[in-house]
Design a protein around this ligand. Structure first.
Ligand SMILES: [Fe+2]
Length: 198
């Protein structure tokens, strides 16, 4: 077992269980690829400054408070996330510009693991996305497959799947290269994402 920050390890362990127990074969296989790498070694620890964007308050707190009232392991996952959130460096999507309001000011991403993440490495990305209510995260694609764990209400779409609401603790799988998007409704949106990087 690699040595890493205990709260980050707990978040990864709980996430691994959620994906493994999801019953979604494609997500389970992708999860095995992600968590095998994370289990083989820990990357280096980033010591740079944290950065929070305005959208995070109160969206992140609202979602995490909601998770505290749900069934295990969601309260434990929320506690682990709270413990590391203050060290995250939140950023806007590279292609977002002020001309693209309200998306520009109403979303933020952060890497827990990956380039510039709390844990620096290049073979896996573990990230988080927050959005204010009534925001669409625009269609995008990337070569690696991707597993999301929903932490809040909200919907996912991809080119092979209608808009789908997994609910907190639910899973979405995006095959490699597929066009995909998310959207929030009346409540803020929060989700973790996991990508094996080749
Ligand atoms: Fe994506």
């Amino acid at each position: 077992m690699p040595t890493r920050d205990g709260n980050l390890q707990q978040l990864l362990d709980i996430s691994q269980r959620i994906v493994a127990d999801s019953g979604v074969a494609t997500a389970m296989a992708a999860g095995e690829r992600v968590f095998a790498r994370l289990g083989s070694h820990a990357g280096s620890v980033r010591h740079g400054a944290a950065e929070r964007l305005a959208v995070c308050a109160p969206a992140v707190e609202v979602v995490l408070a909601g998770l505290a009232a749900r069934k295990p392991p969601l309260p434990e996952l929320a506690s682990a996330f709270v413990a590391i959130e203050g060290r995250l460096r939140w950023y806007r999507r590279k292609t977002a510009t002020p001309a693209g309001e309200p998306f520009y000011s109403s979303h933020a991403n952060a890497l827990l693991v990956g380039p510039g993440g709390l844990e620096e490495r290049s073979d896996v990305e573990v990230g988080v996305t927050v959005m204010a209510p009534h925001i669409v995260y625009p269609d995008h694609d990337h070569p690696p497959e991707e597993v999301y764990i929903a932490l809040s209400p909200g919907e996912w779409w991809n080119a092979a799947m209608d808009w789908t609401e997994p609910g907190p603790g639910g899973i979405i799988y995006n095959p490699p290269g597929i066009l995909h998007a998310m959207r929030s409704h009346a409540q803020p949106f929060l989700a973790l994402w996991f990508l094996p990087i080749d």
